[in-house]
Design a protein. Sequence first.
Length: 210
Amino acid sequence: MTDLERMKYDAWTRQLERMRAMQYAYNRKFFTLLLVSTAAILWALRDGSVLALSLVPIGVVTAGMTASFFLCNCDFARVHARALEGQINRLLGTRVLIASEMEAEYFYPHAARKLSGLVWGREWTLFNWFTLHFCLVWSAAAGWAVLRLWGMLPVAEALVLTLGFGVWAAGNVLVLHQWFGEAAGEKRMEQQLKEAFGNGSGRGTDVDSR
């Protein structure tokens, strides 16, 4: 290995460590968000006031959007880490680093069509079912809060609030669909990495490239 190759290996390894640290950090943020949001929802439902119940559907959607933002950052780290692993493997002449391949098979493939954590077009993994589980739980909590508001408010006020919640939820889902729907952001990043590292570096040798 030449001095230049050693320098590249060192630089790519440091970048890979940084991307993996970023990925793990946002995973921790995600589970902290689940804990805090669940506690907040339970408190609001127990409080039972109009204000507390009104905050449940707003908070549920905001928590979902925040969780999706964390996933977006994890995807960024995964795509960059995959390209770095590919560069290091090519430099070493063998498949030493295969974490990206295992992630693509065990969680979800890179640059996959999805709505936040719900991946379309392939057999679901536990990651997908976990995402669906919390979508259903949060939706049920929001629905229960709205139903209780209908019993506490005049019909006109309850209808306005319900329509407002629906617009808020639909708008956020549309934003998530625009970003995650065709994985355009990840594909642009892959192209940037391909231009920086050379042909083949953006996609690597994942199982999802079949």
